[in-house]
Design a protein around this ligand. Structure first.
Ligand code: FE
Length: 440
């Protein structure tokens, strides 16, 4: 089966330098308003001390772009002992002799200047690979900074703008689309300029016909599950899910509270707001998503079904899929604000019915952006998996994590494509994750 995908060429040295500057600017903007004690923060398993994380971003970029690809000596002799995430256990990161904010930012600045100089001096493929890796790594930590601010109840960073209600309120949209089965190439094509090891490579899978929701599950829909005693009915939960529910004592999504006589509110950063009925439910874990599905007589899509719904096109006049596979749900063009809610350009999520220009060929909306979507699938290697130089990226997490797809409002657009696989343990509720469902 010959399925084609448009070649996505490597960024030019000019684009790459812009990305390096842009990612760095975002990192600085994400922490600039925080006090020193907020940069350390409480000892939690789901966040890093932000001061450590800033230094870690610099260390990662230095390690791969300057030390590995450019054979330069280390800038700081203590950097590996402080910032190597594979070597420094999470719970000791608060106890390290971390340099203070000003010194950490100086380290960040000197790595950045040096990387920009290398891009100009030696615009070579291997260097560009590691520069992209370091930018995308910084983008992922940028999203982590944002959800850490949510977790810790810090204010939204001041650079986030408020959405334009008129352009974003698409109202409700519901129902399923029917997708015929057929042969599909799951994963990234070798024509891609940069992909992570867990996306390699496209391989043939057989897909049975299925029906998938046009939009993600909304806050109003999830509230109906909560109100119907969803968190009290063991029969709706898998054994592991019920064990999690019992031990956590969860009665509703983590950032929700009931206001007597006035429904529910949810916390966005340091503000409590009424539920937005047509926005996607956020901050639910895999267990909560599964329990909702059982209650609704639905199921989570597999990651293959998700990728088919986002990337495939129906074959002309018949069953199966066309040979073309889309880079994004709407086609191959880079995400614009009319396609997807990405890059933190808006303050948070938007209505699931908005942005019809971003629909997939089958009419699924917002498959990219707004909210990460849990899938039914375990995070596993594709056939023939070989770890890339950053060995700790995927391999340690196979088998224990679930796959999420599509990115959320806080994810940088340059990071994403239809084949992009994110992965978290099924108990994580701190990330901007929701889900869409399939018919049984
Ligand atoms: Fe990292």
């Amino acid at each position: 089966m010959a399925m084609t995908s448009t070649m996505h060429t490597s960024p030019s040295s000019k684009t790459l330098a812009e990305w390096v500057r842009d990612a760095r600017q975002r990192t600085l903007a994400l922490v600039a308003d925080l006090k020193d004690e907020q940069l350390l923060g409480p000892r939690l398993s789901i966040v890093n001390p932000l001061l450590w994380e800033i230094g870690h971003i610099a260390w990662f970029q230095e390690k791969w772009v300057l030390r590995q690809a450019s054979k330069q000596p280390p800038i700081r002799c203590d950097a590996d002992a402080l910032y190597d995430s594979a070597a420094v256990p999470h719970d000791v990161r608060w106890d390290l002799p971390l340099p203070a904010r000003a010194e950490t930012l100086r380290y960040l600045g000197s790595v950045c200047d040096n990387v920009l100089a290398r891009i100009e001096a030696r615009p070579a493929e291997d260097l560009f690979y590691f520069v992209q890796l370091s930018v995308f790594h910084e983008d992922m930590h940028g999203e982590a900074f944002l959800y850490a601010r949510q977790t810790l109840g810090y204010p939204a960073p001041p650079f986030l703008s408020t959405p334009h209600a008129s352009t974003l309120e698409g109202g409700a949209l519901s129902g399923d689309v029917a997708i015929s089965g057929g042969a599909f190439l799951l994963g990234a094509a070798a024509t891609e300029s940069f992909v992570f090891d867990n996306e390699k490579w496209a391989h043939a899978v057989q897909v049975k016909p299925f029906h998938i929701a046009r939009v993600a599950v909304t806050q109003a829909e999830f509230a109906a599950f909560v109100e119907d005693g969803g968190y009290c009915r063991q029969t709706l939960w898998t054994p592991e899910g019920w064990h999690w529910r019992e031990s956590s004592g969860a009665q509703h999504p983590v950032y929700w509270r009931r206001v007597p006589g006035n429904g529910w509110q949810r916390r966005g950063f340091d503000h409590w707001v009424p539920l937005e009925p047509h926005h996607p439910v956020l901050h639910v874990n895999w267990y909560e998503s599964e329990a909702y599905c059982r209650w609704a007589g639905r199921r989570l899509p597999t990651e293959t079904e998700w990728e088919v719904a986002a990337a495939a096109e129906p074959a002309h006049g018949g069953q199966g899929f066309s040979p073309r596979k889309r880079h994004f749900p709407w086609g191959d063009g880079f995400p614009g604000s009319q396609h997807a809610n990405l890059s933190g350009k808006r303050l948070g999520s938007i209505s699931v019915g908005s942005l019809p220009a971003g629909d997939s060929a089958f009419g699924c909306r917002q498959m990219v952006g707004n909210v990460w979507e849990w899938t039914a699938s375990d995070f596993l290697p594709y056939p023939g998996f070989v770890a890339d130089p950053y060995k700790e990226y995927s391999q340690p997490w196979f088998g224990t994590h679930k796959v999420l797809r599509g990115g959320c409002w806080a994810t940088q657009a340059r990071l994403l494509r239809n084949t992009w696989r994110n992965f978290y343990t099924p108990d994580r509720r701190d990330v901007w994750a929701g889900f869409r469902t399939c018919a049984l």
